[in-house]
Design a protein around this ligand. Structure first.
Ligand SMILES: NC(=O)c1ccc[n+]([C@@H]2O[C@H](COP(=O)([O-])OP(=O)(O)OC[C@H]3O[C@@H](n4cnc5c(N)ncnc54)[C@H](O)[C@@H]3O)[C@@H](O)[C@H]2O)c1
Length: 441
């Protein structure tokens, strides 16, 4: 099948590369000329494990191409995916759909013959109807269907998630469009992936309900972690103890500095706005949004406490800036709240991230950018782990201690074991575990 992917970002590029791996002929379109020029030279615009090799092999096989020419890409396509951004609209939390609607208009003008237009972007319930209206208005003669097919991949394991998803959700009432979608995802039928066919509205809502549920689970365990600290319990044990219950499940029960990233914050806010407009407010999600914002801000206070109540003229070493490991994505990362709060409290911040430094430099000011983990620690009074990259999991603690001015660590991801840290002579602070404040040995 011939596929056009509009938007060549985290979702569009991965989806396009994976569809070409399935054997389809894919052209990825982006209006960002630098992105397309880079891709022509084999340069990935994002960091995603395994992506470069997948793109290279499919480009070499002639199944995957890149272009800025939307019209040329669309005119022969059987399916056109909209994978453009849907960021938060300033002020009201709604999803900004201007990119989606602009893409719909452009697609309408270029369409030729029966075309399935698929929204892969995360869009509020009712958007498919509006996309259909825009296309119909722009091209009354067009033969098309608009399908919702939300994407559930996670940055950092995006290719595996796309190739072996827990499920695929397809929202359409058109049998003709269903057939096209079945053909597109045929390789997944072979591995018995559940395919959920439903209405367009239900499909649109499934994506938001999934993300808000996961954000709620994280926020729940974060609150339980705070309680653990007050009652001398261990959040790891509590999470394991409840997660082994099949009705609850073990995933997304890791306490930390609050969720961030390109999806959860904006999607929770957007669903809250949708629900309010529909006269059916989601009070749980409203609370989750507020608690998470507060939590990210409060993380700096933990560092201040660990430093003895004051950060003036002190140096804080920060490890990890991206919202999670194995991505370069800095969107709404907790570090964007924590680092400025540390600076405001008087600290000099020295920081390192394995893949996120280029993005971080655009978003954070007055940081001393370092060349590696150990470089950050020189003469630091406190070391803070914000993102649990693998290379921060097995630091040489003796070396860390020798580099730092005072051996104080605030581990916001619970990477280390409190016992080990005490043995090594650290004043170690983590989330929701006893011995959170053990004092220097
Ligand atoms: N990032 C994720 O992990 C993830 C996961 C699931 C779903 N989603 C959803 O997928 C959508 C895309 O997210 P993303 O992270 O890939 O965004 P992104 O910002 O990385 O990529 C979007 C791309 O679309 C391009 N674009 C915008 N308008 C265009 C147009 N008219 N023509 C051509 N290109 C255009 C932009 O230049 C950009 O390169 C969002 O709705 C997001 O919520 C994201």
């Amino acid at each position: 099948m011939r596929v056009a992917m509009i938007g060549t970002g985290y979702v569009g590029l991965v989806s396009g590369a994976c569809f070409s791996e399935f054997g389809h002929n894919v052209v990825c379109v982006d209006k960002d000329e630098a992105k397309i020029a880079g891709l022509h030279e084999g340069k990935m615009p994002i960091y995603e494990p395994g992506l470069e090799g997948l793109v290279e092999s499919n480009v070499n096989a002639g199944r995957l191409t890149f272009t800025g020419d939307l019209e040329g890409a669309i005119k022969d396509a059987d399916a056109v995916f909209i994978a453009v951004g849907t960021p938060s609209r300033r002020g009201d939390g709604h999803a900004d759909l201007s990119y989606v609607y602009a893409a719909a208009e452009e697609i309408a003008r270029a369409m030729n013959g029966y075309t399935v237009v698929v929204t892969k972007s995360t869009v509020p319930v009712g958007t498919g109807r509006e996309v259909e209206r825009i296309i119909r208005e722009t091209r009354p003669d067009a033969d098309f269907d608009v399908v919702s097919n939300p994407e559930f991949l996670r940055e950092g394991s995006a290719i595996e998630d796309f190739m072996r998803p827990d499920r695929v959700v397809i929202g359409t009432s058109s049998e003709r469009a269903q057939e096209v979608m079945r053909n597109l995802y045929r390789p997944l039928y072979l591995i018995e992936t559940p395919i959920v066919f439903t209405s367009r509205q239900s499909s649109e809502l499934i994506k938001y309900a999934a993300n808000t549920f996961l954000a709620t689970k994280i926020t729940f365990i974060n609150e339980i972690a705070d309680l653990c600290e007050q009652v001398d319990a261990n959040v790891h044990d509590v999470a394991r103890g409840i997660g082994l219950d099949g009705r609850i499940g073990r995933k997304f029960l890791h306490a930390g500095p609050g969720y961030g990233g390109s999806c959860f914050p904006k999607d929770t806010r957007a669903l809250v706005s949708t629900a309010q407009d529909a006269g059916s407010p989601l009070k749980i999600v409203e609370t989750v949004v507020a608690l998470n914002e507060e939590r990210k801000r409060k993380m700096a206070d933990r560092v201040i406490v660990a430093a003895g109540g004051d950060l003036k003229n002190k140096t804080v070493a920060v490890l990890g800036l991206t919202f999670k490991p194995n991505t370069d994505d800095m969107r709404e990362s907790p570090s964007l709240d924590i680092v400025p709060a540390l600076q405001e409290a008087g600290a000099t911040v020295r920081a390192f991230d394995p893949e996120g430094m280029d993005e971080a430099k655009k978003l954070l000011n007055d940081v001393v950018w370092c060349d590696g983990a150990y470089d950050t620690m020189e003469d630091a009074h406190v070391l803070v782990i914000i993102t649990e990259w693998n290379e921060f999991r097995a630091l040489d603690l003796k070396r860390v201690k020798s580099l730092m001015k005072t051996p104080v660590m605030v581990d916001l991801r619970n990477v280390y074991r409190p016992e080990d840290m005490i043995d090594e002579g650290f004043d170690y602070h983590s989330i929701g575990r006893p011995t959170g404040n053990v004092g220097p040995a």
